[in-house]
Design a binder for this molecule. Structure first.
Ligand code: IMP
Ligand code: MG
Length: 210
């Protein structure tokens, strides 16, 4: 069963600013342009995805092993608490961005899984799919290890930028192709701890060195 993603408007005339931008991290506040997805919207979406995953994997023998990429640690932590099944965790850290805010297509494995996944149900959790290059590389890599099943849960997917056709079974939001931070996503390792997803002011890119 496939879940429907919430589609955010791409029309730039629509003001996506949330009226009250909570000063969650006062030091970051000056760099934030606008909130694209609020904390409440994210939490509602994570709950819906967790319900869907719990329903789909119910009765499956063998635990679900979840591989995760750096950046998705926040989604993982929240999603984990909405999956009401025995579940195991494993982490895979990759880096696809070099020094810029554009994907390079070069995927480096910084940390591989700790465990074998042969014969296991694997759900790969991603924070965001941009070009899709990272995900397609990882899926290809994990498939060679012969898991029983391999599905993807991505909180966000950027529209109009995907370079590789991908089947994302559990998807939260479709967002415009803009660079975003928060809820696990960083710019120069900052902003990951914001509870919402936001864009940065143009000046922020100049004074924040990646
Ligand atoms: P892709 O290979 O282009 O699909 O890039 C995927 C990865 O790049 C994600 O897992 C993120 O870690 C990172 N990424 C993509 N878009 C953004 C963004 O807007 N802000 C921060 N990181 C991003
Ligand atoms: Mg990522």
């Amino acid at each position: 069963m496939h879940t429907r993603a919430m589609v955010l408007p791409t029309d730039s005339r629509i003001d996506l600013t949330v009226p009250t931008l909570a000063a969650h991290v006062p030091d970051y506040e000056d760099d934030i342009e606008k909130v694209l997805i609020s904390e409440q919207e994210i939490q509602d979406c994570i709950r819906r995805l967790g319900d869907q995953i719990s329903a789909d994997y119910k009765g499956e023998d063998g635990l679900i092993r979840v591989g995760v990429l750096k950046g998705a640690f926040v989604v993982m932590a929240d999603l984990a608490r909405h999956v009401r099944l025995p579940i195991e965790f494993d982490f895979m850290a990759v880096s696809s961005y070099g020094v810029a805010t554009k994907t390079s297509g070069v995927v480096r494995i910084l940390k591989d899984l700790d465990h074998e996944i042969e014969g296991r149900n694997v759900l790969l959790v991603e924070d965001i799919v941009d070009s899709g290059l990272t995900l397609s590389y990882l899926l290809k890599n994990l498939r060679t290890r012969r898991p029983k099943s391999l599905e993807v849960c991505a909180l966000m997917q950027k529209t109009d930028v995907q370079q590789v056709p991908l089947d994302i079974r559990y998807r939260g939001f479709e967002i415009p192709p803009v660079f975003i931070v928060g809820y696990g996503l960083d710019f120069g390792e900052r902003f990951r701890n914001l509870p919402y997803v936001a864009t940065l002011k143009p000046e922020a890119y100049e004074h924040l060195v990646q």
